[in-house]
Design a binder for this molecule. Structure first.
Ligand code: GLU
Length: 382
């Protein structure tokens, strides 16, 4: 038998998607289960967005588009970047991709050579390291702690720097901790990247969900525009997970490479979804954000009252609970399976995020479900 790719063999499939599918299947089979697994908004995609897609079909907007996306959408994204983030880009510096995931994968492909290193701050979303590894490069985990609000320290960047370090990946607001990077932390990372001539890959997909601080794009910090590569998308901000629309924002010479990768892999994303996304940028979704804030307040209150140790989210819609006292010899994944099957509450084990002994809760679900789920968790574990 011929051997397979060692790099691909060495990574696991996405744990968030795997456990979420299992929970959804159990629910479909009739089990009463509270689902705190995937970070998927429970809101419907706004009607205006759906109607724009229907109109696109009826107008036969169903053919190939430019591989990196229709110019109207890329122009509108440039306007969004200016209005929301104070950033100036041209449409050729935007590539519209199949969700943030493809945008990120293209970015890594454009900047990494075999054995290059990318620093990622753990706990970190489950797909960063596998994507880097699949491009035959190395993900270097730089740990952050709850005591420091899950923000990285200059010392840990210094101690993980090698002559192969190519980029730093940051994700603020953060999945899974809910941390939002303040200006001081971003400035520290920006200075470090500049001193060592590193790229910064900034996943800003949760930028609209900030409760306690403001979202700052690191590209807006002096001198950072030309070394920052931004990933964003519509899944979270506009409840459009299934439409698969994301985008990368990068200086022209890098965007050209990103566009090249996409032209040889998937070509353009679905033409209809592009028209939906164009409309989405004119739709106000602040009603969703108001509700997420209420849910954040509620879950913090419930977890506090039940005496759990957890990260208080300043952004995104996740929190991580420390379950080390409840493992009793089980792995975190075994505990999660136990909770799913016997307590009727589905959560994601922290192992894939570089946080064994913790579970992640997504509170992108109703207040009623949050109350029910935390009650089940509390009763089962205590
Ligand atoms: N990003 C979301 C999450 O972390 C969706 C699932 C995934 O792509 O990992 O739950």
């Amino acid at each position: 038998m011929r051997k397979l790719s060692k790099a691909v063999e060495s990574v696991e499939s996405s744990v968030t998607l795997r456990i979420n599918s299992k929970a959804q299947a159990l629910k479909k089979s009739g089990k009463d289960i509270v689902i705190f697994t995937a970070g998927e908004p429970d809101f419907a995609t706004p009607d205006e967005v759906k109607n724009a897609a229907v109109d696109a079909i009826n107008a036969n907007f169903t053919k190939y588009t430019k591989s990196s996306g229709i110019v109207e959408l890329r122009e509108r994204i440039c306007r969004k970047l200016k209005d929301d983030n104070g950033l100036e880009y041209s449409p050729d510096e935007i590539v519209v991709s199949n969700g943030g995931k493809q945008a990120l994968f293209n970015i890594f492909g454009a900047i990494l050579n075999p054995d290059d290193e990318v620093m990622i701050f753990t706990p970190a979303w489950v797909s960063y390291a596998p994507q880097i590894i699949m491009w035959k490069a190395k993900a270097v985990e730089v740990s952050t702690s709850s005591e420091e609000g899950y923000l990285p320290k200059r010392e840990s960047l210094e101690s993980n720097l090698t002559d192969r370090t190519k980029a730093i990946l940051l994700n603020s607001p953060n999945n899974p901790t809910g941390a939002v990077y303040d200006r001081k932390t971003l400035k520290m990372i920006a200075d470090f990247a500049t001193e060592h001539d590193l790229y910064v890959v900034a996943d800003e997909v949760y930028e609209k969900m900030v409760y306690d601080l403001e979202h700052i794009s690191i590209a807006s910090i002096n001198g950072m525009r030309n070394r920052t590569l931004i990933v964003n998308g519509f899944s979270k901000s506009h409840a459009m997970t299934g439409w698969r629309v994301g985008y990368s924002v990068a200086p022209l010479e890098i965007s050209k490479e990103i566009a090249k990768i996409q032209s040889h892999t998937t070509s353009n994303i679905n033409s209809i979804a592009q028209m939906a996304a164009l409309k989405a940028l004119d739709v106000d979704t602040s009603y969703m954000m108001i509700e997420y804030r209420k849910r954040r307040d509620l879950i913090v209150d419930l977890l506090d009252r039940a005496n759990f140790k957890f990260s208080k989210p300043a952004g995104a819609f996740y929190t991580m609970i420390d379950v080390r006292d409840f493992l009793h010899g089980k792995t975190t994944e075994e505990l999660c399976m136990d909770l799913m099957e016997n307590a009727g509450v589905a959560v994601i084990p922290g192992d894939g995020f570089g946080a064994p002994g913790f579970v992640r809760i997504s509170f992108a679900t109703s207040q009623e479900q949050i109350k029910k789920g935390i009650e089940r968790l509390t009763n089962y574990l205590n």
